[in-house]
Design a protein around this ligand. Structure first.
Ligand code: GLN
Length: 549
């Protein structure tokens, strides 16, 4: 049986509960314990797959095809493990299970209620990962903020588990904010006191309080929080703003968050934390030797979280190349033939992002054309790959009306078309081609160099595909389908050999990049961008150019 750590949040949302939970998990893992981490979200959507990225940020997809909260991405990137459907539970999913059981007659004769039926189902799911899977510790992050109506059943489930489990088998970590009032030049503990009181009113007493703060906590402040919130002073943890999320595990280690939890759980068998790879990564991240500017072309660029995994993959790939990757967000809706050179002229690489629907599509196609013609390194992901296929059809193959039937159902030339198995599907939730599928890579291609393997597996989230009826025409004109699904023949990777770096993938490589295993396409793309920047600088500087010759 595993032991359980619950992470709750108070005062406000967006304090970085996911990062704190993932950092704690990282430290415990680095000490030799087998750890997993799960997220409980209090919204009624069965999963976040039906949410617009503006609502909730990126939808992360697991190996087994679950559409999940983006915090699972952090868990995987930090821990270098795979998560699954069971690592993300929403109120919607809990209710769906209980209501289905009610219809089957499982509660026959009983009134089905929030307590005990909903809370029992929450508890069952909270304990699930800890049973028979060999984990020493399961960390459960409770989404939302304490005091919200919708998170009450989750907090009640934690209360019951705190009571039901042996004392040393559960820990509650509460994350709060200690605001700094500039005018008074003071840190204020009152919101934290209120939030802990609220949690206590709901019956849960925290063992550890992690305080987000812009300023260092003095011993007096720590004492005050400890006294008024009824925790040991050593259990008041400072979580100051960090320059990168990847610093947080080390900051938490300095604050002994892991040791305090281990002590509460009465775990005495653990090692010194093995974080050498992590520290090596951080060093490279902090002291880059070069810099590139990559344009991210998308339609949700106002919201950082919408492309979370892509941005983090660039952090990993940048560190691997000892190169700082500066991302410039370019709104695809505003790109036109007239302004494309001005908007993209200073870039060293172009990434066309995944997406859905019509908005911003023509701008993406114009951007791809610019990258293809100007030999600017290009990387298209999912919709980005589809845009590259459409651009090539229109401007190289001369198929003027080529399009995807997603945007133009009546196009005479559907070079991107709805997958056969998608044609009968009408319901939206969890019905895309989701999760991990194999891809076979052709010898002698860029993709093969990048992966160094013939058979790979990557995660998917799409309904449309490259239309193989046009493949011969594409290949005759020089575009190569370098990766295909070995069973269905579905095109997974396209590339242009007469270009320094031009690759589009139907899958989402960003979902598998971790600190310890940066995703290889991102690594090679950053390298290609650096080489492009070097060439650009050499032509700008004739002295350097002559030296190079
Ligand atoms: N809208 C496209 C499709 O469903 C691309 C999806 C994506 O970019 N994730 O095929």
């Amino acid at each position: 049986m595993a032991k359980y750590i619950f992470v709750t949040g108070g005062v406000t949302s967006s304090l970085g509960k996911g990062i704190i939970a993932a950092s704690l998990a990282k430290l415990l893992q680095a000490r030799g314990l087998k750890v997993t981490i799960q997220k409980f979200d209090p919204y009624i959507n069965v999963d976040p797959g039906t949410l617009n990225p503006y609502e909730h940020g990126e939808c992360f997809v697991t190996e087994d095809g679950a559409e999940t909260d983006l915090d699972l991405g952090h868990y995987e990137r930090f821990l270098n493990i795979f998560t699954s459907q069971s690592n993300n539970v929403t109120t919607g999913r809990v209710y769906q299970t209980v209501i289905n059981k009610e219809r089957e007659g499982a509660y026959l004769g009983k009134t089905v209620q929030v307590v005990p039926h909903i809370t029992d189902e929450i508890k069952r799911r909270m304990l699930l990962l800890g049973q028979g899977k060999g984990f020493d510790i399961v960390i459960t992050e409770i989404g939302g903020t304490v005091g919200d109506i919708e998170s009450l059943p989750f907090i009640e489930a934690v209360r019951q588990l705190q009571w039901e489990l042996p004392e040393e088998d559960s820990v509650v970590v509460h994350l709060t904010l200690i605001p700094y009032l500039k005018a008074a030049k003071e840190l204020k503990t009152k919101p934290t006191q209120h939030s802990v009181r609220m949690l206590s009113q709901e019956g849960v007493h925290p063992d550890v309080i992690v305080c987000r703060t812009e300023e260092a906590l003095s011993p007096e402040i720590r004492r005050k929080v400890a006294l008024f919130c009824n925790v040991k002073q050593e259990a008041v943890i400072e979580a100051a703003d960090a320059p990168t999320i990847y610093e947080v595990p080390l900051a938490m280690m300095r604050e002994k968050l892991d040791l305090i939890c281990l002590k509460k759980m009465n775990i005495t068998q653990y090692n010194e934390p093995e974080l050498s790879k992590w520290k090596e990564f951080l060093d490279k991240l902090k002291y880059p030797k070069s810099k590139v500017t990559i344009g991210l072309i998308g339609k949700y660029i106002e919201l950082q979280d919408a492309y979370k995994s892509i941005l983090e993959s660039f952090v990993h790939a940048g560190a691997m190349n000892e190169c700082k990757v500066q991302i410039v967000n370019v709104h695809s809706e505003f790109i036109t033939d007239d302004n494309v050179a001005e908007k993209l002229g200073t870039l060293d690489g172009l990434l066309v992002a995944p997406g859905f629907g019509m908005r911003g599509v023509e701008g993406k196609i114009i951007a791809v054309k610019y990258a293809r013609e100007n030999k600017l390194p290009f990387f298209g992901i999912c919709l980005g790959m589809q845009m590259a296929a459409i651009e090539f059809a229109r401007n190289v193959l001369g198929i003027a009306q080529a399009h995807s039937t997603e945007m133009n159902p009546n196009t005479p030339d559907p070079v991107i078309d709805l997958m056969e198995e998608q044609k009968q599907i009408t319901s939206k939730g969890g019905t895309m081609r989701l999760g991990s599928y194999p891809c076979q890579i052709k010898e002698g291609t860029l993709a093969r160099t990048i992966y160094g393997a013939e058979l790979i597996s990557e995660r998917h989230r799409h309904r449309w595909e490259f239309n193989n009826k046009y493949l011969e025409q594409y290949e005759a004109a020089g575009m190569v389908a370098s990766g295909k699904n070995p069973e269905s023949g579905l095109v997974e990777i396209i590339e242009l050999p007469n270009h320094p770096f031009f690759i589009g993938v139907q899958y989402h490589p960003e979902l598998k990049s971790t600190v310890e295993n940066p995703q290889p396409i991102f690594v090679h793309f950053v390298k290609a961008a650096r080489e492009y920047a070097d060439r650009k600088n050499a032509t700008k500087n004739p002295l350097l150019q002559s030296e190079m010759i």
